[in-house]
Design a binder for this molecule. Structure first.
Ligand code: NDP
Length: 477
């Protein structure tokens, strides 16, 4: 039961400045794409938000040509100190238009407004500010004097953090002197096209950023396009593997940021109330649509019952519903396909013998919603312990010794992130050194900073985004 009753506090959807239609952005202009238009849907209500023009093969050629021309004529030769000014301008415009972007993101994606407003948008601006700072200092980044950009970057992003993933891709590419053709996800193209308008507002030279909405086949065409020098992809491991096969044997550079099945490890000396907050954030932030979500809770057996009781109590206070309501903690699942996938995996958990507990929160009749769910008694062989559910579903396993915790945490084909909860610094360092994960959080979870490199091992991909290391993916070094 919720601890308090809250009066509705909806953010105004008018702030999104929603248009009936949006168009691809190529060579500095919004153009009529030759592809079949798609309809972007509000996952919280299932209403159509807008029609979006998509790019066909000819449009893609035009976008790659525009990016090449900009790379050779304007952006590539421009001194870093000048490029920095554009990036600063974009960062400031993102801040100025952040309410509009936050509401639009929430409408298109289903995430709570408090998350788009307080997490996504500040991080988007921070990424542009941070990389603006690098643009004139590349000589001192440790890659030798005058590191060269790669050329035209083809970038493909998913639907879970539409604008933030765009920022992670575009900011470093531009700071290092590359130009960009970016394909947003089919279900969340709107904020990318408002970002295109921000590029125009910032006076960014034509062709430096091109946004081509479309489905997966357009993404595949971008990957195989001979005019592209680098592919940066965030999305599923399955598609990442296809892309790696396609790029193999070509001179194209590739970075892949793929799925995860992170272990959040709680030792018996951990501050349990604090750990509960971190576990909740780790799996219910953004409805669990997070590649680094702490989707496997590994808890030391001696405190498992106590922790689970605290956890269920805390989860039952989470409010699920209208993502535009400022009181909402858990919003909508991004699409019916994703909802079906979550349901199917949750059913497999029950069928394989795990104990299911679901928050008693009310669930709206309309829209795509899934109540926060915890599975206990999970074994490592179960699908819910192995596969990325990408939803608000936590799988709880137990361990007795630190060695067992390491073995179980690493028993995954992924390796993106992990969390450790303990009051002993020595144990945290011991454990962090043994975890095969790109990011390890200690006594916290889901902390992001543009200065901190992010990326994975094994089937979570390769290459890093953010920080000095993230520049490497866009430089010929
Ligand atoms: P995808 O990997 O299919 O989509 C990511 C992006 O790649 C989208 O822009 C998509 O376009 C595009 N794409 C799809 N197929 C190809 C292709 N053959 N070549 C190039 N680009 C392509 O993820 P889904 O949205 O289908 O989600 C499926 C599952 O993937 C989720 O359930 C989740 O488990 C996982 N996932 C993981 C993410 C992560 O950050 N690790 C992010 C998103 C999903 P389009 O949108 O048109 O399909």
């Amino acid at each position: 039961m919720p601890a308090f009753d809250y009066a509705p506090a909806p953010e105004s959807r008018d702030l999104a400045n929603l248009k009936p239609s949006y168009r691809p952005f190529i060579g500095g202009e919004f153009v009529d794409g030759g592809g079949e238009p798609l309809k972007s849907v509000n996952p919280a209500t299932e209403e159509v938000l807008a029609e979006v023009g998509t790019a066909d093969a000819n449009d893609l050629d035009a976008a790659v040509r525009a990016a090449r021309t900009a790379f050779e004529k304007t952006w590539g030769p421009m001194p870093g100190s000048e490029r920095a000014k554009y990036l600063f301008r974009i960062a400031r415009l993102v801040q100025e238009r952040s309410r509009e972007l936050a509401v639009l993101e929430t409408l298109d994606n289903g995430k709570p407004i408090t998350e788009s407003r307080d997490s996504d948008l500040p991080l988007v601006a921070a990424h542009f500010f941070y990389h603006a700072g690098w643009a004139d200092k590349l000589d001192y980044a440790g890659y030798g004097p005058g590191p060269k950009p790669l050329g035209v970057a083809g970038q493909i992003i998913p639907w879970n953090f539409p604008l933030l993933m765009l920022a992670w891709k575009i900011a470093p590419a531009l700071a290092t002197g590359n130009t960009v053709v970016l394909k947003p996800a089919e279900t969340t193209p709107l904020t990318a096209l408002v970002f295109a308008d921000i590029c125009r507002q910032a006076g960014l030279p034509a062709g430096v950023v091109n946004i081509v909405p479309g489905a997966g086949d357009l993404g595949a065409k971008l990957v195989s396009h001979p005019g592209v020098d680098k592919i940066a992809f965030t999305g599923s491991t399955e598609v990442g593997k296809l892309i790696q096969r396609e790029v193999a044997g070509t001179p194209k550079r590739l970075t892949l940021e793929l799925g995860g099945k992170a272990a959040n490890v709680v030792f018996d000396d951990a501050p349990l109330d604090q750990a509960v907050e971190g576990i909740v954030n780790g799996i219910f932030f953004n409805q669990g649509h997070v590649c680094c979500a702490g989707s496997r809770l590994l808890v030391q057996e001696s405190v498992a019952d106590e922790l689970l009781e605290k956890l269920r109590h805390r989860i039952s206070t989470l409010r699920l519903g209208d993502p535009l309501d400022k009181n909402t903690d858990v919003g909508a699942i991004n699409s019916r396909e994703q909802l079906d996938k979550i349901r199917e995996l949750a059913e497999s958990g029950e069928a394989e013998g795990a104990q299911r507990w679901t928050s008693p929160c009310p669930v709206p009749d309309r829209g795509f919603f899934f109540a926060p769910t915890v599975f206990s008694g999970v074994h490592q062989s179960m699908r819910i312990a192995r596969e990325e559910i990408f939803g608000p579903v936590l799988s709880v396993l137990t361990f007795r010794t630190p060695d067992e915790a390491v073995a179980k945490a690493n028993n995954t084909p992924y390796g993106l992130s992990a969390g450790i909860w303990s009051e002993k610094g020595s144990r945290i360092l011991w454990m962090a050194n043994r975890l095969r994960a790109g990011v390890v959080w200690a006594n916290t979870f889901n902390r992001f900073d543009p200065a901190a490199p992010f990326g994975g091992y094994q089937e979570s991909g390769f290459g890093r985004e953010g920080g000095r290391t993230g520049l490497e993916g866009y430089l010929d070094v």
